[in-house]
Ligand binder design. Structure first.
Ligand SMILES: *Cc1c(COP(=O)(O)O)cnc(C)c1O
Length: 212
């Protein structure tokens, strides 16, 4: 299927209030251009260097979202343009984002990544740490915590995915000023939306399978 068709089919299958992050990691510029021409304006990458290269080559009305784990020494390369960082999971990273956002005279939107999966390979803070984390972020003037991000376990067990998403959704609802719930990928976005997601991160369903 063509990228343009994939995007319009996806849009038709979800409620209007749900934002789509087109996850373009590993994909060539020409594929991102096709998505752009189909009206897509939010793109997600998981490596800072790759995002910087693509930012340089593409129209400036794109919102760039960093969805992958970020090393603190890489924040400076994206601080001038990144719209939202989905994967904030340490005070150290938060402090560095604050520092670089200040240098660029910007406010950077961040989502806190919460560990909901039943696998220890996943990044994210523990649900019990969220309150402290949000309090800490309040004193950082160049950071705006807009919501939460989480990834369910990599499994075919839909009940397990749903239960994990519910943990995140409950946290999201417990804290009033959060707007964004980034929850759901190509394989599980319908469950994500049923459980309250407002933002889905879709790669292969738009751009096709990744080879690497
Ligand atoms: C790669 C990636 C996605 C998209 O994965 P697909 O299954 O291709 O939709 C979403 N979120 C994160 C954090 C990713 O790294």
């Amino acid at each position: 299927m063509k990228i343009e068709n994939n995007i319009s089919a996806l849009k038709k299958s979800i409620p209007e209030y749900v934002d789509i992050v087109a996850v373009s990691k590993t994909k060539p510029i020409k594929d991102l251009k096709k998505a752009y021409h189909a009206g897509q304006r939010i793109f997600g990458e998981n490596k800072v260097q790759e995002m910087v290269l693509k930012f340089d080559k593409l129209p400036k009305d794109i919102e760039w979202h960093m969805i992958g784990h970020v090393q603190t020494n890489k924040v400076k390369y994206m601080a001038s343009f990144v719209n939202t960082i989905h994967s904030v999971d340490s005070h150290k990273l938060l402090k560095e984002i604050q520092k670089q956002a200040f240098k660029n005279n910007r406010k950077i939107k961040c989502l806190i990544q919460v560990r909901i999966a039943n696998e220890d390979t996943k990044f994210g803070i523990e649900p019990s740490e969220l309150n402290d984390f949000l309090n800490f972020s309040k004193i950082l003037p160049n950071i705006k915590i807009t919501g939460l991000m989480g990834m369910a376990s990599f499994t075919d067990n839909k009940n397990q995915i749903r239960n994990e998403f519910r943990i995140l959704s409950k946290l999201y609802n417990d804290f009033n000023d959060l707007k964004v719930l980034s929850m759901g990928m190509s394989g599980d976005y319908q469950i994500g939306i049923e459980e309250g997601s407002t933002m889905i991160r879709i790669g292969s369903k738009i751009f096709g399978e990744r080879n690497f």
